[in-house]
Design a protein around this ligand. Structure first.
Ligand SMILES: CC(=O)N[C@H]1[C@@H](OP(=O)(O)OP(=O)(O)OC[C@H]2O[C@@H](n3ccc(=O)[nH]c3=O)[C@H](O)[C@@H]2O)O[C@H](CO)[C@@H](O)[C@@H]1O
Ligand SMILES: C=C(OP(=O)(O)O)C(=O)O
Length: 421
């Protein structure tokens, strides 16, 4: 089995570069299905989720070529509208094929998705949107089947600003007849990135980044070249790593406005942040004041940074409060941090984190960001930490081991493991 071995690290320094955003790449790659001809997408990260999605699109009949962060797609050969279930179950974003295939071909079928096990993660708001646009929606033995002769623009209110539902409805509506107004939508930067790509393809979308998106359906879209935004969650993960371990590191390829909530919190803790045009410099001596966090939809503190921040809080003075409002079961990392000596009291969606000198242990990643939290903890803990189930981490972090080693982290990827040692 493959494992990560992290050991106590005194100081991090140098430069670390952020890759393209996982949560922008996945909807934009899927959106290419909507365009006639080819698209060339740049800054695409080499992640398990991205490669799975590319294989899903290839199985549908698309031509794909992915090398050196450049993905060339041609969707004119699409002749299937039902995704490979084994691949689709391995990730959350495979369900974006529903909106894109329904939008362009009037039919779509995929298995209920996988992804991080951080709650029930229903898709009722997605299905509400498809139905409102005129699609017949069928749930049959774990398969979602959609059909529509012609989608018709309408007004849709989202009970919760769901990122996935916002994206899926956008993908379905861009080729529908007439205008679609989606209210109470997600405002994440990845939504804006998708809207920008679709508009360059010929779509007519306004309001992305606000809580109301308006889409005027068009007859067709054309593939185009596009470079996706950098990954704000990856950037934040490295910022928190430097804050926890101590160091002086420049994190490159960062859109500072995308990590404002984290910058505010790190400054409250006494971390020095120097903002650049497309980078942030993080300086920390490792002695940190405490602060509390409450996760919220963008522009609030991101739920995808909660686990990593909890690991950071074990290094901060006093007891600090973490409230997770977005997902109902996103504390999988707590038990693993406790194996390292962390003092964390959980009550429902709240956790109180005390300052602790962590000790290395054998731990398991329970989900993508929990795995990142264990890396941060392992680099601050005394002794050696062995992190298992690292496939979770590889869903969302490109080359994380080499990138962290490049700034002085004591971390190794162990391909083989002798269970007797
Ligand atoms: C591939 C991708 O982009 N994943 C991100 C996306 O996940 P995802 O799109 O799944 O997250 P959502 O924003 O949809 O989920 C937020 C909340 O809405 C609820 N909900 C969602 C859909 C629905 O139909 N009904 C419903 O009740 C969920 O249970 C959850 O409690 O946004 C999350 C919140 O920023 C991030 O943590 C994920 O990294
Ligand atoms: C929850 C996450 O991803 P996904 O929605 O793909 O499971 C994440 O990126 O933190």
């Amino acid at each position: 089995m493959r494992r990560l071995i992290a050991e106590a690290t005194d100081y991090l320094e140098g430069n670390i570069s952020v890759s393209g955003a996982k949560n922008a790449a996945l909807p934009i790659i899927t959106a290419a299905l909507l365009g006639e001809g080819g698209s060339k997408l740049s800054r695409i990260p080499d992640l398990k989720d991205v490669n799975n999605l590319i294989n899903i699109l290839s199985n549908l009949g698309a031509e794909v070529n992915f090398t050196d962060s450049e993905l060339e797609l041609n969707t004119d050969g699409i002749d299937k509208y039902s995704t490979d279930s084994d691949l689709a179950r391995k990730m959350r974003a495979s369900y974006y094929t529903l909106g894109a295939l329904l939008g362009r071909y009037g039919q779509a079928c995929t298995v209920l998705p996988g992804g991080c096990e951080i709650g029930d993660r229903p898709i009722d708001l997605h299905l509400k949107g498809f139905s409102a646009l005129g699609a017949d929606v069928e749930l049959d033995h774990g398969l979602v089947k959609l059909e529509a002769d012609r989608l018709k623009g309408t007004e849709i209110y989202l009970d919760y600003p769901s990122v996935g539902a916002t994206i899926n409805i956008m993908l379905a509506a861009v080729l529908a007849d007439g205008e679609t107004v989606i209210e109470n939508v997600a405002r994440e930067p990845e939504i804006i990135d998708l809207a920008n790509y679709l508009n360059i393809m010929g779509a007519e979308i306004t309001g992305a980044g606000t809580d109301i998106i308006k889409i005027t359906g068009v007859n067709s879209l054309n593939g185009t070249d596009y470079t996706i935004i950098p990954d704000r969650i990856e950037a934040g993960t490295y910022m928190m790593t430097v804050a926890a371990v101590g160091g002086d590191v420049v994190i490159k390829n960062v859109l500072v406005e995308h990590v404002r909530p984290l910058i505010a919190k790190l400054k409250e803790m006494g971390v020095e942040i120097i903002e650049g045009i497309d980078q942030v410099r993080v300086k920390s001596e490792g002695c940190l004041s405490g602060t509390d966090i409450k996760t919220m939809p963008y522009p609030g503190f991101p739920t995808d940074m909660q686990a990593q921040f909890m690991a950071l809080l074990t290094q901060a003075t006093q007891e600090n409060l973490v409230i997770e409002t977005v997902f109902e079961r996103r504390f999988g990392h707590v038990d693993e941090l406790r194996r390292m000596g962390a003092q964390i009291k959980v009550d429902g969606r709240s956790a109180v984190v005390a300052r602790t000198d962590l000790e290395g242990a054998q731990v398991k990643a329970t989900d993508l960001r929990a795995g990142a939290a264990l890396i941060i903890a392992g680099l601050t803990a005394g002794g050696q930490t062995e992190i298992q189930n690292i496939y979770h981490i590889e869903r969302g972090y490109e080359d994380i081991t080499d990138k962290l080693k490049g700034i002085g982290a004591n971390i190794e990827l162990v391909e083989e493991y002798n269970c007797l040692s």
